[in-house]
Design a protein around this ligand. Structure first.
Ligand SMILES: Cc1cc2nc3c(=O)[nH]c(=O)nc-3n(C[C@H](O)[C@H](O)[C@H](O)COP(=O)(O)OP(=O)(O)OC[C@H]3O[C@@H](n4cnc5c(N)ncnc54)[C@H](O)[C@@H]3O)c2cc1C
Length: 477
């Protein structure tokens, strides 16, 4: 179980919510891990195949250096997952069958932070450089993982990032109270010292053309995320004060980082009633951010039914439990409404901005797999809101010059098509001039659809492995 700082203290700052777990405090829990017959945590649970029982055994035996080595053997950036992973391993923990799962994510935290504190996490530049030159577009967890693995294999790697600093949604999405950005800076600095070059503030495809990229690099890895935001097309949507959640969260992170002098007033929750539309992680992050900005009330709408408190019969262990999740932000206050949708937005009395949302209950009808929401008659109600945040997920990869020039194709969910070998499926010739034969790979949310940091890291590593295998014949310099 996570230990959080007291609510009345933490909602006044953006510092990490979670108290730092110490290995010594976790040992009692680790004894339960060692009683396990057949562990599922590492193979079924963890996408990175972290050897969780072995790590736990080493921590229990006080062998922290050993635990770190086992962890780093499968996970390049445990400090990220130790903070934001929903802990898929814990979902399949044998102890979770009838007890609280072993706190594997907290153990990961204790191990990696011990490693940093003791100076055990050092730069490890490749022993030998090859002539392979790879460009990586996007510096979220997928791009960073791909770049790391390629660099370790000796490739000359350059990462192109549109934002001012590397990190993707880890920097300009996930709030600082979940992931402090110093953690990201510490890793990026290591990667730079290991030889990876970062070009930030550069939109690949427009600031640097696809053709130039194909001249600079032997291969390109697209790790550009799934960032096309889902909108809500209802009357009043264009009123001032209605924003996409990720724009709102990014501004607060930029303010915290000193990249902004002040929050634009229409993005501030101070003194306002806030309505968050979307019941997922992003919505919860908006709630926590709104309280810290000084909101007077916060409500979160979810169109889906409320998940059960415990596993349903069709969701047995060791599957990931599809149960109600209550984040640290939910514990800070606010209402959560399920099976509810906003049907229109109406202006405030002075007409200048949004004043309230009209909402209605829905019920889900139809065959399993093809359920659709139907508005419940006479269920309408009004929620006052001076700030509305749309956190309804993403509909795929953003279109843009780069994908157009490369003639990269998308599937009906908006993900970039890729074949078994990790390469982007391309429609015809692209811009010609050799671009069609320029090897382009895809990883992370761009290929998977909106997912998780841990899955993006795993996918980046896997696709980098494909690039390395394809170019294995490149002679060393
Ligand atoms: C608010 C929020 C909270 C989340 N919380 C969690 C959480 O708690 N735990 C968890 O596991 N996951 C969480 N996620 C999901 C997680 O952040 C993503 O799954 C993950 O970041 C995807 O990684 P990625 O590298 O594929 O893409 P991204 O992180 O989206 O990075 C893509 C990068 O590509 C760059 N880019 C795109 N196009 C170009 C271009 N043409 N030129 C240059 N750069 C370009 C973008 O600027 C961006 O930096 C959250 C997501 C959001 C939005």
């Amino acid at each position: 179980m996570s230990t959080y700082r007291p609510i009345n203290e933490r909602i006044h700052d953006f510092k990490p919510v979670e108290a730092e777990p110490l290995a010594a405090e976790l040992r009692e829990d680790l004894r339960r891990c060692q009683d396990c017959g057949i562990p599922f945590c590492h193979a079924l649970g963890c996408p990175l195949l972290n050897a969780v029982p072995e790590i736990n055994a080493a921590v229990l035996g006080g062998r922290m250096r050993n635990a770190l080595a086992i962890l780093l053997a499968t996970s390049p950036f445990p400090e990220f997952t130790a903070r934001v992973c929903p802990a898929l391993c814990e979902g399949s923990c044998v102890q979770g069958l009838n007890e609280v799962p072993v706190p594997c994510r907290q153990v990961e935290f204790a191990v990696i932070e011990h490693g940093f504190a003791e100076g055990l996490v050092r730069t490890r530049p490749p022993v030998r450089r090859s002539d392979l030159r790879v460009g990586v577009v996007g510096s979220g967890p997928a791009g960073l993982a791909a770049a790391w693995k390629l660099n370790q294999a000796g490739a000359r790697v350059k990462v192109y990032e549109r934002d001012a600093k590397p990190g993707g949604f880890m920097r300009y999405g996930i709030p600082d109270f979940k992931l402090a950005k110093g953690v990201l800076d510490r890793r990026v600095s290591l990667l730079e010292r290991e030889g990876i070059a970062f070009e930030c503030g550069v939109d690949a495809g427009s600031d640097v053309s696809a053709r130039l990229l194909s001249k600079r690099h032997d291969a390109l890895v697209l790790a550009c995320g799934a960032r096309r935001k889902r909108d809500l097309s209802v009357p009043g949507r264009l009123l001032s004060g209605i924003h996409f959640a990720t724009d709102y969260l990014a501004l607060q992170n930029r303010l915290n980082a000193g990249e902004l002098d002040a929050l634009p007033e229409e993005y501030s929750a101070r003194g306002k009633r806030v309505l968050v539309i979307g019941g997922g992680d992003t919505g919860a992050d908006c709630m926590g951010t709104a309280w810290r900005q000084g909101a007077v009330a916060v409500s979160q709408l979810e169109i889906l039914p409320k998940p059960p408190e415990t596993r349903a019969a069709d969701n047995p262990w060791p599957q990931w439990p599809r149960i109600l999740r209550t984040s640290s932000s939910h514990l800070e206050g606010g209402d959560r409404l399920f099976c509810v949708t906003a049907t229109s937005f109406e202006p405030s009395a002075d007409g200048g901005r949004v004043g309230h949302a009209r909402c209605a209950e829905v019920r889900w009808e139809g065959e399993a797999g093809a359920l659709r929401p139907v508005e419940v008659a006479d269920s309408g109600f009004v929620l006052p809101a001076e700030l509305v945040l749309l956190a309804m997920g993403f509909t795929g990869t953003e279109e843009g010059c780069l994908l157009e020039s490369l003639a990269a194709t998308v599937d009906k969910s908006g993900r970039l098509f890729r074949s078994e070998n990790g390469r982007a499926a391309r429609a015809g010739q692209g811009e010609g001039d050799g671009l069609a034969s320029f090897p382009v790979y895809v990883c992370g949310d761009a290929a998977l659809g909106p997912s998780l940091v841990v899955r993006a890291i795993e996918d980046g590593l896997r696709v980098a492995g494909k690039v390395i295998a394809d170019f294995a014949a490149t002679p060393a310099s």
